[in-house]
Design a protein around this ligand. Structure first.
Ligand code: 13P
Length: 278
């Protein structure tokens, strides 16, 4: 049985200075492929669901599938709820078994972010769950300004204040990262990661893990990042595999063969990403 609280997996990563990949999933296959890859790499993994996707695969089903796959392998597997703004949804997810949740108040005024995050941390405590908060602007990778303008990055003193006043477990930081396909190569601010890490002494989270060069990912982990979120690159690998299968004469009407083809190439990507971080 290897299903574990995501927080415990992240805690171990932080203590032992490695990174854990947290892959966004949205169906049976994406959960299965991520957990199969962890088994192959013999390293822990997290799967996370983005709010909205539960209209396709419910929190309950996601948790049950994840736990079942995890029960068959030896390495730890954890479950996390990504970017959530809604306390009813957070409660629902925690009740279903998501014992790690992100409350994203980064778009709110600072004091409101603190107030709401504190409230969520209090609710999470009732469930024995860990909370990831966000501070700074982690925008879209299509807009260069969003990840090069340092005034949008996480302020280390504010990060410490938010940490001290809320009861969160981990913090997602804006340090030159953004979500989606980077228009230009990102250039992470390692000094800032290190400063925040030294102040908070708690695991930091890197969103927008797709398209960041491996050497930067490794350096970020050395500076205090323990959880790295990856969605865009995973989904690309999935679509590319299916596309290649069909373009090479595969039968597009044979969904079973399409999914088997998706698994093969996607698996290479997942194993490699897990290994780069750990
Ligand atoms: P990417 O889609 O850029 O990998 O970002 C994923 C993420 O940070 C999810 O929270």
């Amino acid at each position: 049985m290897s299903f574990e609280k995501a927080g415990d997996i992240i805690r171990d990563a932080y203590k032992n200075k490695y990174g854990v990949a947290s892959f966004n999933i949205f169906n049976y296959e994406t959960i299965k492929f991520a957990i199969d890859a962890a088994e192959q790499a013999e390293k822990p993994v997290l799967v996370q669901l983005y709010p909205g996707f539960q209209s396709y695969i419910s929190f309950e089903i996601t948790a049950e599938i994840t736990k079942l796959f995890a029960s068959k392998i030896k390495v730890p597997v954890g479950l996390h709820l990504d970017h959530c703004h809604d306390t009813d949804m957070l409660r629902h997810a925690m009740r279903a078994g998501f014992l790690s949740v992100m409350y994203d108040g980064s778009r709110l005024p600072f004091d409101e972010n603190i107030k709401n995050t504190r409230e969520v941390a209090k609710i999470a405590k009732e469930f024995g769950a860990d909370v990831e908060a966000e501070l700074g602007n982690i925008g879209s990778a299509a807009n260069v300004d969003e990840y090069t303008d340092k005034s949008k990055f996480t302020n280390p003193d504010d990060a410490l204040k938010l940490y001290n006043e809320t009861g969160i477990f981990s913090l997602a930081v804006a340090v030159g990262n953004a979500h989606g396909n980077y228009a230009v190569l990102p250039n992470l601010d390692f000094e800032r990661i290190k400063t925040i890490s030294d102040k908070l002494k708690t695991p930091l989270v890197l969103h927008g893990g797709s398209g960041i060069p491996d050497d930067q990912l490794r350096e970020a982990v050395k500076c205090g990042i323990a959880k790295i979120n990856v969605a865009t690159e995973y989904f690309h690998a999935f679509y590319k595999s299916v596309g290649e299968y069909i373009n090479n004469g595969g039968n597009r009407e044979d969904i079973f063969s399409c999914m088997k083809a998706a698994q093969k190439n996607t698996n290479d990507f997942l194993v490699e990403k897990i290994n780069v971080l750990n």
